[in-house]
Each structure stands twice: as structure tokens, then as C-alpha cells.
Write a protein that binds this ligand. Structure first.
Ligand code: NDP
Ligand code: MG
Length: 392
């Protein structure tokens, strides 16, 4: 965006997902400020075509299927240039014109496109937490080298980002990362052990994609977010504390060296952090519901239970190990969550699979981009074969 009257041009990766759709809603409400230049989907091509009719992007990418001839004709009629195949996201971010990349894909697939966009000096609005879990060191080095803004969309990190406005890094004592506790917060271990994917998909507060919803049930989501926070705010994991806050009203807090705590509050609605990320440094009006201090739920807090939710412990171990460990943990988690979603494995097989992958991994302490990609592929294969053995 070159002058104040021009619209900010967005490329949205994963536009057909939960974050993608919410982002398009924000753009629709501020159509005087934002324009869509690029969209992507993995397999929901018809949904993306509907979005393209409304937003008229010049570039689209389809990563998981080959668009049919009819779909290609429809996209051509809309004058869209279509990229397809495994590398389509990287090609799109390298070739399209846009001011900011909104990365709303799920999983490690978000890592390389983020790197390519930063190398083109593009600002990033990041929902895809797996990008930083897999390659936080590489991504943050690129951010520094290319002087781009990387603004978090994840509600906790958006909260911390807001609490840190006007503060200096040296004044931070601890980050207090809030967690809803997910659908099994009050369940005993035996019942959790028996849980099926349909139980885990009933998140109490947030309406999200399937993978992150399962991650919330295992609390791996919070583990991924601890790692994301360490990279975004340049902190050791020991300075990030997870606090269960069942109603998800406080989205996270920062405790400072003088004992002050700053928190960011609001109803659980992802359009608020998405809007801030794409409009930063401005704060725009929104008609999202307001939190009612008098009539709203009480703000309560609990300690997380690492015994019932071992994934959180595994994430702390992975970030402590460093190097390729978080990438391996993330890849094994993606494979295990997919198997759990299909009810091929049980709930605690997710953490067991990740644990075994981490234990058999030969750690690379200082990986480059290719080593991370290899570690990710290696972990997927090992996790797959462990799951095959489990189900016989
Ligand atoms: P969804 O599953 O709803 O959407 C994911 C999007 O990515 C879809 O457009 C999907 O296409 C596409 N996609 C899926 N797999 C691939 C792949 N292998 N390569 C490229 N694109 C792919 O996920 P969410 O919107 O819930 O989450 C997106 C990211 O944001 C995740 O990293 C999540 O952790 C994070 N996040 C989400 C929050 C939420 O409220 N949903 C909150 C905070 C963070 P298709 O539609 O064809 O499947
Ligand atoms: Mg979150």
C-alpha cells in the first residue's frame, strides 16, 4: 500500500478454512480499506470459487486436488491465474502482487510459503502457528533481515502483542498464556482414554477447524502456542506459564518486572485479532459482541494437569531440546491427529506416537530449511508406521 488512500492488498492462504472465512468477513466489513489479490484452498475448490466471485482475486492456488475442467473454466471466466499442486502456495506467494500475506492454512504446509513471502519483504498476518513451531529460528531471522512485520492472529499471541504495546522486552517477567482447557478439562483420565473424535470435536468456546480443535482437546494446541510465543516474543520457555481459564475471556496476560499484570479481554471471536493483524498499526471499529463485565461469566483460573494432558509436557520438552525437535513433534502430531479424527487410534495414542517419534529422533541442533523439511518428512513416516503397528 503506497499511500493512505490506497487499499491494503491481501493474499489469503487457506481462505476456505475457519480463519480464512473470518478474515474475508472482516475484509467485507472494511471493503474501503482492504482488497483481496489471492486466495487458496486445499480441496474445497467450489467454496473458493464462490469466494473468488465475491472478492475478484487475480491469483488462486489449489494444493490438495486437481481442479476439474468445469472449475478451471469458472476460474478463467473470473480472470484468475491458477496455481495447483504441492508447490502452489510457494509459487503464489512468489508471483502474486500483494502487500500482506495472511497465512491461514493448517499444518506445516504454512512454513515454506511464509519464508518465501518474507524474502519478498511482505508483511505477514500469521494464524498458522505450525510455521513458527517448525522453523521459528529461520522465520524470525528472516523477519529481522527483511524488516517485515509479522503480526500474530492467534488470539493469545495477539493479546500478548497488545499487552506489549509501549513496553520494552527487558520489562517482561513472565507471559501468562491462557487456555480454555478444552472439552475434557473436567473429565477423568479413564473417560478421556475412551474418548472418540466426536467428543473431542465439541470445543466449549471456539468454532475452529478440526485439527486445531483436536489439538485443543489434547492441549497440544497450548504446547504449540508456548513455542510460538517463545519465538514471537524472544523468550525462554521457562518464562511462559500456561494458565487454564475456562471461559476464554482473558486471551492472555503479561506480568512485568514491577509485578504489574496487563491482560487483554474480549468475547471469543477470531475476527477481533484477525482485524487487528491486518489493520495494524491502526485499530478499526468492529461490531463484534462486547464482553459484559457485570452479566458475563466469572473469570476463574486453574493449573494445567500434565498427567491427563501429556502433549503439553511434550511441547515444553521439544522446545527445551530445540533444533529439529519441535518440527518432529509437530509432524508426528499432525499424523496422529489425522488418525484420531478417523477413529483409527485412541486419544492417548496421539501423545504416545509423538513421544516415540521424539525419542527415536536424531536431533539436529542447528537445522537449515532443508533439514527442517527432512525432519518433518521423517517424523511423518515414523508416526505413520507406529500407527500402522498399533492398529495391526
Ligand atoms: P481449517 O481446517 O478450518 O482451514 C485450513 C485451511 O487450510 C483451509 O483453507 C484448507 O483447505 C487449507 N489446507 C488444509 N490442508 C492444507 C495443506 N496441506 N496445504 C495447504 N492448505 C491446506 O483450519 P483453521 O482455519 O481452524 O486454522 C488455520 C490455522 O490457524 C491453523 O494453523 C490453526 O492452528 C490456526 N488458528 C486457528 C484458529 C481458529 O479459530 N480456527 C485460532 C488460532 C489459530 P480446505 O478448505 O480445502 O480443507
Ligand atoms: Mg490460540
Amino acid at each position: 500500500m503506497n499511500n493512505a488512500n490506497q487499499k491494503k492488498e491481501l493474499a489469503i492462504l487457506g481462505s476456505t478454512g475457519s480463519i480464512g472465512v473470518n478474515c474475508l468477513d472482516v475484509v467485507h466489513h472494511h471493503s474501503d480499506r482492504f482488497a483481496i489479490r489471492a486466495l487458496s484452498t486445499h480441496s474445497r475448490v467450489d467454496e473458493m470459487i464462490v469466494q473468488a466471485r465475491q472478492t475478484r482475486p487475480e491469483w488462486v492456488a489449489v494444493t490438495g486436488v486437481q481442479p476439474s475442467q468445469t472449475q478451471m473454466c469458472q476460474l478463467e471466466e473470473l480472470n484468475c491465474q491458477v496455481f495447483s499442486g504441492a508447490d502452489a502456495l510457494q509459487t503464489l506467494v512468489e508471483q502474486a502482487d500483494y502487500d500482506m500475506l495472511v497465512n491461514a492454512v493448517v499444518g506445516a504446509a504454512g512454513f515454506l510459503p511464509t519464508c518465501r513471502a518474507i524474502e519478498r519483504n511482505k508483511d505477514i498476518a500469521l494464524a498458522n502457528k505450525e510455521t513458527l513451531v517448525m522453523g521459528g529460528s529461520i522465520v524470525m531471522n528472516l523477519v529481522a533481515k527483511h524488516h517485515v512485520n509479522l503480526i500474530p492472529i492467534d488470539s493469545e499471541h495477539s493479546a500478548i502483542f497488545q499487552c506489549l504495546m509501549g513496553e520494552t522486552p527487558l520489562s517482561i517477567e513472565t507471559i501468562l498464556l491462557t487456555a480454555s482447557g478444552g472439552p475434557f478439562r473436567t473429565w477423568n483420565k479413564t473417560d478421556i482414554w475412551r474418548a472418540k473424535s466426536r467428543d473431542a470435536l465439541k470445543h466449549p468456546n471456539w468454532d475452529m477447524g478440526n485439527k486445531i480443535t483436536i489439538d485443543s482437546a489434547t492441549m497440544m494446541n497450548k504446547g504449540l502456542e508456548v513455542i510460538e510465543a517463545c519465538w514471537l516474543f524472544d523468550l525462554a520457555a521457562a518464562r511462559v506459564k500456561v494458565v487454564i481459564h475456562p471461559h476464554s475471556i482473558i486471551h492472555s496476560m503479561v506480568q512485568f518486572i514491577d509485578g504489574s499484570i496487563k491482560a487483554q479481554l474480549g468475547v471469543p471471536d477470531m475476527r477481533i485479532p484477525i482485524q487487528l493483524a491486518i489493520s495494524y498499526p491502526n485499530r478499526l471499529a468492529s461490531n463484534c459482541e462486547r464482553y459484559d463485565l457485570i452479566g458475563g461469566p466469572d473469570l476463574t483460573f486453574e493449573e494445567p494437569d500434565l498427567h491427563r494432558f501429556p502433549c503439553l509436557k511434550l511441547a515444553f520438552q521439544a522446545i527445551e531440546s530445540g533444533g529439529t525437535a519441535p518440527a518432529v513433534m509437530n509432524a508426528a502430531n499432525e499424523i496422529a491427529v489425522q488418525a484420531f479424527l478417523q477413529d483409527r487410534i485412541g486419544f492417548y495414542d496421539i501423545s504416545d506416537t509423538i513421544d516415540q517419534c521424539l525419542q527415536s529422533h536424531d536431533l539436529d541442533h542447528d537445522p537449515d530449511e532443508q533439514s527442517l523439511v527432512h525432519a518433518d518428512e521423517w517424523a511423518r513416516q515414523i508416526a505413520d508406521s507406529l500407527i500402522q503397528k498399533q492398529i495391526g
